[in-house]
Design a protein around this ligand. Structure first.
Ligand code: LFR
Length: 466
């Protein structure tokens, strides 16, 4: 049996998933799971990349323990965050998390160098104040000395791949989220980088998913007890998740539902038009030169936050079931930046309801009901926008990722959009990661065949629209 290992790290947890093909179906086995979260360091929200790497190694040791040694492995994580390495390949300063507020006001400094319209026309990337372009401006203005010492810029999964192999490679899907990649050439926009005054030489050549990074270094082999090849998946988790959308048609709407709800479709050519910019759609680089044309919606981060505040020991399923019995109809704008990193999510949702003259939710279930209803409303608005911009009427919505388990939200989504909802697979990110590895190994022929295989391998629930 040939095993493949996906290490999929999200903002709140990470997991090691082994996969193999058996009787024509893709099988998955979770071998290790670990916590992730942001830490406060010097008043900033940061990631502990040292701890995360120790978890990566710990999970690999589990593979050895159960005797399932992967032929290849790859890591995907959230996007936009990066490390700067010095001339000895040591991390310079903090590894900031994208929800940190150091980027406040950095958009204005970027637009002094390039008008926002030009930036969108070149990169096709949505305005999110946490994009690496604004984070680098924060580095430039707040920690110039540090940026001056930087020899290499690596996105988080690329950094982990480097620690595993000693080889530095920059993967494309994640690079596109920096907002420094040109949507036409799919390469760094060096002209833009020069305009912004960022050091050109820190950016490595861009490589496509499926490329081999290298083999495990001797040091890592000694720790984990085996060697394997490290292959680039779509290292951006959303890039991986969208690969695993089990649709056999190209005209498909999807929601990759997790910490964020990423809702959109795939395009063969980027849409960098002013209309598209006005709706803040993004054209993130995808597998096989497809663009993920989507919108970031605040997503289950809102539920995760209120659960932490009001009912930390309760299962998400229970919160979702109870929310379904509430009758409150208040709605907030699930796209509003006020929900990005509020001091207290519950208070923020309540304040938004109060300010708009609506009933103020009390208790976890009412607050959750407001969030679920608000997400569904936002999904419906987004469907209308995409259909208008793309002149396509989509028949259904595929929801993938952990959020596909939220039955009440699926029901609300079907109702609000009028479209049939197909929910699953829930482990889309890990599956997408594996797909790129299996295609690279020749076990699956191409994306279309891999999607067919996912379609036949995992449970997909249907919720009829009305
Ligand atoms: C989802 C995700 C989104 C990205 C956000 C920040 O996990 O990767 O696609 O916009 O996190 O990186």
């Amino acid at each position: 049996m040939k095993y493949y290992l996906a290490i999929d790290i999200g903002a709140s947890s990470g997991r090691h998933m082994l996969s193999w093909i058996e009787d024509g179906k893709m099988r998955l086995q979770e071998v290790y799971r670990f916590y992730n979260g942001m830490d406060q360091v010097d008043g900033h929200l940061c990631w502990d990349v040292g701890r995360l790497f120790a978890e990566i190694v710990a999970g690999m040791k589990e593979c050895k323990k159960i005797g399932k040694i992967p032929t290849s492995m790859g890591i995907d994580t959230w996007a936009v965050d990066y490390v700067l390495l010095d001339d000895k390949d040591q991390v310079l300063g903090n590894t900031y998390a994208y929800r940190d507020s150091r980027t406040d006001g950095m958009d204005a400094l970027v637009y002094e160098k390039i008008p926002q319209e030009d930036l969108y026309a070149r990169t096709g990337i949505q305005k999110q104040i946490f994009n690496s372009i604004y984070q680098l401006m924060a580095h430039k203005t707040q920690e110039a000395e540090l940026l001056g010492k930087a020899k290499t810029f690596l996105m988080i999964p690329d950094y982990f791949h480097f620690l595993l192999t000693g080889v530095k490679k920059q993967e494309y899907t994640n690079a596109s989220t920096t907002q420094l990649v040109n949507a036409k050439t799919n390469d760094w926009d060096y002209d833009l980088i020069a305009k912004l005054g960022y050091p050109r030489d820190i950016f490595l050549p861009i490589e496509m998913p499926g490329t081999e990074v290298g083999h495990l270094s001797q040091t890592i082999q000694d720790q984990v007890g085996f060697d394997c090849s490290v292959v680039l998946p779509a290292t951006h988790d959303t890039g991986a998740a969208v690969m695993a959308v089990p649709s056999l048609s190209d005209d498909t709407l999807y929601i990759s539902s997790g910490t964020w709800s990423l809702m959109g479709t795939e395009l063969k050519t980027a849409n960098c038009s002013p209309d598209s910019m006005a709706c803040n759609f993004t054209n993130e680089g995808g597998y096989d030169h497809r663009y993920r044309y989507l919108k970031n919606i605040m997503g289950l981060w809102m539920i995760q936050s209120v659960r932490k505040e009001l009912s930390p020991d309760e299962e998400f399923g229970s919160i979702c079931e109870h929310a379904a019995t509430e009758t409150i109809t208040s709605i907030v704008d699930a796209n509003d930046d006020r929900f990005l990193a509020p001091q207290n999510m519950t208070a923020e949702v309540q304040a938004a309801c109060r300010e708009s003259g609506q009933k103020v939710p009390e208790g976890i279930y009412q607050v959750a009901a407001v969030i679920y209803n608000s997400l569904a409303k936002c999904y419906a608005d987004t469907v209308r926008e995409i259909e208008k911009i793309e002149h396509v009427t989509y028949p259904c919505i595929n929801i993938v990722g952990g959020g596909a388990n939220a039955a009440y939200l699926n029901e609300l989504t079907a109702k609000a959009t009028g479209k049939t909802v197909y929910a699953g697979p829930t482990e889309a990110t890990a599956i997408g990661n594996i797909m790129a590895q299996m295609i690279a190994a020749g076990e699956l022929q191409d994306l279309a065949e891999a999607r067919k295989c996912v379609f036949h391998s995992f449970e997909i629930k249907e919720e009829k629209g009305c």
